[in-house]
Write a protein that binds this ligand. Structure first.
Ligand code: IMP
Length: 198
């Protein structure tokens, strides 16, 4: 089957293709010349994913999905959440986002630095009917950066019981346990049944 993914991020597209395999042919916003920027104005991951996929669906009117994800830190009452990529606005970067996270957690001891990555996928079928899928990954925010793989908050996200960060494992290992990997896998299981993919 053909499936649209509402992303311009080629790393994400690669991760998604790895999980969905070759029976599902993924097209992305990069395949639509001059597709306008989509403003992520929602208050939840689900709202943002719906905004993104609805914008794409209105254009292609074929099965499509979008994901939205971020980091929720318990000691910060769930922040940065939907603001994860823009945490250090007005000129955010992955590195500045981590610096800000360390600053806000400076008085928080190791045991209270619990956090999770959350990923929500909204899929719209050929009729525009929605289905939602979700994946989470629990962990702890460290006191220093470790590892060079991955992106975003990976170097400070410690896997429970592993004493390693997400930036210290391979992309393949991350796909198996990550919030996005789990949400895409749930979408895959649904698509297999819905579209008779064997
Ligand atoms: P989005 O889903 O592309 O909007 O990602 C939101 C932001 O959440 C990213 O820019 C990162 O800051 C953070 N984030 C989401 N998933 C991950 C991950 O797997 N590792 C590290 N950071 C992530």
């Amino acid at each position: 089957m053909k499936l649209w993914a509402a992303t311009k991020n080629s790393n994400k597209a690669r991760e998604i293709r790895q999980i969905l395999g070759d029976k599902i042919e993924i097209s992305t916003l990069l395949d639509v010349p001059n597709f306008p920027e989509i403003a992520e104005t929602g208050n939840t991951f689900e709202e943002n994913a719906l905004i993104k996929v609805q914008t794409l669906w209105n254009y292609v009117r074929e099965p499509a999905f979008a994901d939205d994800s971020g980091l929720e830190v318990d000691a910060l009452k769930g922040a940065p959440g939907v603001h994860s990529s823009r945490f250090s606005a007005p000129e955010p970067s992955d590195s500045k986002n981590i610096d800000k996270l360390f600053a806000e957690l400076k008085d928080v001891p190791a045991a209270k630095r619990t956090a999770r990555f959350r990923c929500v996928i909204v899929f719209l079928d050929e009729n525009g009917s929605p289905r939602t899928f979700e994946g989470t990954l629990e962990g702890l925010i460290g006191f220093e950066r470790k590892g060079t793989n991955g992106f975003g908050y990976d170097p400070v996200f410690i896997l429970p019981g592993k004493n390693r960060t997400l930036a210290e494992i391979s992309a393949g290992e991350k796909n198996l346990i990550s919030h996005r990997g789990k949400a895409v896998e749930a979408l895959f299981q649904f698509l297999k049944v819905r579209y008779n993919i064997t």
